[in-house]
Design a protein around this ligand. Structure first.
Ligand code: KIV
Length: 267
């Protein structure tokens, strides 16, 4: 079944959990789609996970387009959402529409995700009026990492909690179809989930959201050596050591003349 914004809303109404994972390329996109993940997100986590940057800030629209096109070719059933990178939407409505439009027209995304609340609510509303489905993102918003001053849990003080709740309402009014809540206390995610009619999708936001998202490489344990995953990540596999082992075995077998053997050679 093809997943759309309507399916996601229905899932919230029926109390069925929504699943979302990230993909940056064709093979992973195929695997997620075949595993019936509801939403495949081309996250701007691309910057750290694949491109080797320290933050998501340097990611460009062209980077997102390139990877969205690859993921598009692997996704049939899931809804495909693509992140709008830093400074491609925050300052100007027509620029936001033009750039989001490119992710949809050229990249094949079926929705886009933007970070922030009150500051971008009018832009979100303009995007929705232009028929661009928008997913919101509140709590720890990685594009604001230098303002926030580090990857920390958000919404812990009463003031910050009330701001996130108010932002969620504003984004709902602006027409978002879903809302990512990142690194917030479970009780705050629960309150927002009850207060807004659109599905909430949590990452480090506890058990009460309408759905859950993780960075696929984190949950597969397939990160650059030494990378520390956050506390909320559950590793469903631990692939980095497996990959390293396989690569070392290849190295040794080639050096010792054991590979290729007869079985892997054409007559
Ligand atoms: O960029 C990303 O992968 C994200 C998810 C972690 C929600 O925004």
């Amino acid at each position: 079944m093809k997943i759309t914004t309507a399916t996601l809303k229905e899932k919230k109404e029926k109390g069925e959990k929504i699943t979302m994972l990230t993909a940056y390329g064709y093979p992973t996109a195929r695997i997620l789609d075949e595993a019936d993940i509801d939403v495949v997100l081309v996250g701007d986590s691309l910057g750290m996970v694949v491109l080797g940057y320290e933050t998501t800030i340097p990611v460009t629209l062209e980077d997102m387009l390139h990877h969205t096109k690859a993921v598009r070719r692997g996704v049939q059933h899931a809804m495909l959402v693509s992140d709008m990178p830093f400074m491609t939407y925050e300052t100007d409505k027509s620029k936001a529409i033009e750039n989001s439009g490119r992710l949809m027209k050229e990249g094949g995304a079926e929705g886009i995700k933007v970070e922030g609340g009150a500051e971008i609510a009018e832009i979100v509303s303009a995007l929705v009026k232009a028929n661009i489905p928008v997913m919101g993102h509140l709590g720890l918003t990685p594009q604001a990492i230098h303002r926030i001053g580090g990857y920390k849990v958000q919404g812990k003080t009463d003031e910050s909690r009330q701001k996130i709740i108010a932002d969620a309402k504003l984004l709902e009014d602006a027409g978002i179809f879903a809302l990512v809540l990142e690194c917030v206390p479970e009780s705050l995610a629960e309150e927002i989930t009850a207060k807004i009619s659109v599905p909430t999708i949590g990452i480090g936001a506890g058990r009460k959201c309408d759905g859950q998202v993780l960075v696929t490489n984190d949950m597969l344990g397939m990160n650059a050596p030494g990378f520390q995953v956050p506390k909320f990540v559950k590793k469903y596999a631990d692939l980095t050591p497996e990959i390293k082992k396989a690569v070392e075995k290849f190295r040794d077998e080639v050096k010792q003349g054991e590979y290729p053997d007869k079985k892997h050679t054409y007559e």
